[in-house]
Design a binder for this molecule. Structure first.
Ligand code: HEC
Ligand code: HEC
Length: 285
């Protein structure tokens, strides 16, 4: 019966209480302080730790790279990668070669070079992935150069038949002069050689094009776009994955040797066939 009245009274009291508190002179200032405090707390939770730890990891990696460089590379490339052009052990300056060149040279075992003066040959690599990353991070601080590419850049995904054909064409115009038809490798002047390109992973192929080791020209992204490079990689993969047609690889040395085989086998067969017909004809008479 008096329930609603009581409710109304209570509401009246509550409203009066709230409005009197809101009217308190310190309320506005307190609210402002509280707001600022919350923002500060939120910011300190969200932003700084991320930044600080990223910076820390990078500087730590560069320092680690610098230390590794001093031990394994400085004897030829100078303590600060400035290069060394006199004396018996020499190495080019490394400012501007980029992280990509270090990744390629060290992961293929070319660097550290065993003996100066020869072509730096690929050999088993002595560094862990983290150490290579550290060396690369350090050399990248010496001057701007190509960064290590992401998998999406060098993996030829969903490659079409046209891409493969284009890759083959690009390979024949840009690479086969040194690496031979089908990438079998070949000799170059002055005792140098272009290694065979069989069984190399996508990243190694991409890095070689991007950085142009030793006698090899650099194929920058202006010369061969990343897409072109992927087409070439796709072509090489397809070429070396598929078993040679006819079961005999003929050395994969291109039209000349393959023509020779066609000449010997094909013409030989024809001659044999002609002799057989002649013999048969003679018997029939
Ligand atoms: C015995 C000497 C020697 C040592 C040790 C050595 N290098 Fe080299 N490095 C060379 C020479 C010489 C070349 C040039 C090869 C050429 O172009 O024929 C070279 C080339 C390079 C290149 C390619 C530069 C470019 O223009 O693309 C990189 C990157 C490199 N070295 C990094 C390293 C790193 C990293 C180490 C240590 C892990 C190292 N080198 C240790 C002698 C050395
Ligand atoms: C002027 C000759 C020349 C041309 C053109 C050339 N290369 Fe090379 N390439 C070389 C030489 C020399 C080496 C070896 C360098 C070394 O040992 O450091 C090499 C190394 C490589 C390697 C590294 C092989 C390994 O075992 O690590 C790859 C991959 C490669 N070339 C791919 C290509 C592709 C793809 C093209 C075409 C876009 C090309 N090259 C064009 C001369 C050439």
């Amino acid at each position: 019966m008096f329930g609603p009245h009581l409710n109304q009274d209570m509401r009246g009291i509550r409203v009066r209480l709230l409005s009197s508190r809101r009217r308190h002179p310190a309320a506005k200032a307190l609210l402002l302080v509280f707001g600022l405090f919350m923002m500060g707390a939120l910011y300190s939770v969200v932003a700084p730790p991320v930044q600080v730890s990223a910076d820390d990891t990078v500087t730590q990696q560069v320092e680690e790279g610098r230390a590794l460089f001093a031990v394994g590379c400085a004897s030829c490339h100078g303590l600060n990668g400035e290069g060394q052009t006199s004396g018996t052990i020499q190495g080019p300056p490394l400012a501007g070669v980029g992280a990509a060149a270090v990744d390629f040279q060290v992961s293929t075992g070319r660097m550290p070079m065993a003996r100066p003066g020869e072509q730096a040959a690929a050999k088993p690599n002595r560094y862990s992935d983290e150490e290579i990353a550290a060396l690369a991070a350090y050399v990248a601080t010496l001057g701007p150069g190509p960064a290590i590419p992401e998998p999406a850049e060098y993996t030829p995904a969903n490659i079409s038949a046209e891409d493969l054909a284009r890759g083959g064409e690009l390979f024949r115009t840009n690479c086969s002069a040194c690496h031979n038809f089908e990438g079998a490798g070949g000799a170059l002047p002055n005792g140098k050689y272009a290694p065979p390109l069989v069984g190399l992973d996508d990243k190694r192929l991409y890095l070689a094009m991007l950085t142009g080791p030793q006698q090899m020209p650099v194929f920058s992204d202006e010369v061969l776009t990343p897409e072109d490079k992927r087409a070439i990689i796709g072509y090489l993969n397809a070429l070396h994955e598929q078993p040679a047609a006819g079961g005999l690889a003929l050395g994969g040395l291109g039209p000349v040797s393959e023509g020779l085989w066609a000449w010997i086998v094909g013409l030989g067969g024809l001659v044999f066939f002609a002799m057989w017909i002649a013999a048969k004809g003679a018997k029939a008479k």
